[in-house]
Design a protein around this ligand. Structure first.
Ligand SMILES: *Cc1c(COP(=O)(O)O)cnc(C)c1O
Length: 395
């Protein structure tokens, strides 16, 4: 094996991030740190920094006030009995599946589920029955779809031990009738897990109002934390099993491998939390902004997929006009990324033109205006294509 050259190591010492002024990547809008969290990140950056005053259980640490955060603050916020900190939404889903289901059981999953739901089920040795969406352009998921999926598994003589709903899904930002799904699952005695990676920390959401037995959230996606960090809540009925203690190691919860987030990411979650509690109260303003943005994008010739009117900041657009431009533009399909970047905007994956997602979350009216005028400017700077499209739509 060749020696590692010092020159090669040198570049690791100063890692910079190349970013535009406005980032519209849905993945990142809800994870931007507050100034308080940014400070906590530096203060608690050393490894295991949280463990100075730990008596053996992470969620019982009093200094810093983790115990208060996990046991007093998070349960009412999520509307559920018991909460723990995880490394992310996926780790919560896996822990719940691993604890509550047995190998070979079936889990019902919506067709718009995130890949991590599938991997969690696979890792736990479970079979998956999908609830298909209605397809383009609405991609609706219904409670009846869950009923049909459970029935299909019963016909195969399978054992359904969990149902998962992605709320909203990460493709279209659709908010299905979660309560309807919960009621349906409970009619069959199936525990219901709500994946709130894109909702917990953005919008008001209470597991008890929906009827979710388990709820997971993502700190780095929607709770203004650096991560990896997440939250998992469970109702009393399932908490005992999910958070069961080791038979040999005192105070250690098996599914969490004892302690989960052992430092800075948890502190950023806590430091941002006062702001997060406040921002979910302004969710109606976020929805109003998204709808206004949607209208303007459609006026520019792009088409929103999913719920209409939309109920979430994550939006998926089809853009035939941008696709037409990409056929002749210099750099081809990478033109959109380049042209947006030139206008101070990033977050749409390089190479995408015909369809893409974006988020308006937490952006000011001025910033949104800048994003819209960027799209407008780009489209009008390719006049041949614009004329072409006008002719087509008239015909
Ligand atoms: C991002 C995302 C996840 C993964 O969240 P992590 O906290 O990174 O595990 C899960 N589900 C959905 C719907 C997502 O969008």
């Amino acid at each position: 094996m060749a020696e590692i050259e010092a020159k090669c190591l040198e570049k690791f010492k100063c890692l910079k991030r190349d970013m535009a002024e406005i980032n519209i990547d849905p993945l990142q809008r809800g994870g931007i740190l507050t100034p308080e969290a940014r400070q906590a990140l530096v203060e608690w950056g050393d490894g295991y920094s949280i463990c100075d005053f730990c008596g053996g259980a992470l969620d019982r640490i009093k200094n810093p006030p983790v115990e208060e955060f996990v046991h007093q603050v998070l349960p009412p916020f999520l509307g559920i009995d018991e909460v723990r900190v995880t490394h992310g939404a996926r780790e919560g889903k896996f822990a719940a599946m691993h604890a509550l289901c047995s190998k070979g059981d079936w889990v019902i999953v919506d067709g718009s589920a995130h890949y991590t739901t599938i991997l969690a089920a696979e890792r736990a040795g479970l079979n998956i029955e999908y609830v298909p969406s209605s397809g383009a352009p609405d991609y609706k998921i219904t409670a009846e779809g869950y009923q049909d999926a459970i029935d299909r598994v019963y016909e195969k003589k399978g054992n359904v031990t969990m149902a998962v709903l992605t709320y909203p899904d990460g493709n279209y930002g659709n908010l299905a009738d979660a309560k309807g799904v919960a009621d349906m699952c409970h009619d069959y005695g199936v525990p219901f897990l709500l994946n709130g990676a894109y909702s917990v920390g953005r919008m008001p959401i209470k597991a008890q109002d929906i009827g979710a037995d388990i709820i997971v959230g993502s700190g780095h996606k929607s709770m203004a934390a650096c991560g990896p960090v997440g939250v998992m809540g469970a109702s009393e009925e399932y908490a005992r099993t999910i958070f069961k203690l080791s038979t040999t190691k005192k105070n250690k919860e098996v599914e969490l491998l004892g302690c989960t987030v052992r430092g800075a990411p948890l502190l950023t979650l806590m430091a941002s939390f006062p702001m997060v509690i406040d921002r979910v109260k302004h969710w109606d303003e976020e929805v109003a902004k998204a709808r206004k943005f949607e209208d303007r994008m459609e006026a520019l010739g792009m088409e929103l997929q999913g719920d209409k009117p939309h109920n979430h900041d994550l939006m998926f657009f089809k853009a035939e006009n941008l696709y037409e431009i990409s056929k002749t533009a210099k750099k081809g399909r990478f033109f959109l990324y380049r042209d947006l970047k030139e206008r101070g905007i990033c977050g749409i994956k390089p190479g995408l033109t015909r369809q893409f997602k974006l988020s308006t979350y937490g952006l000011s009216e001025v910033e949104l205006e800048k994003v819209l005028s960027a799209f407008e400017g780009i489209i009008s700077s390719y006049p041949e294509v614009k004329a072409n499209i006008k002719a087509k739509t008239k015909a």
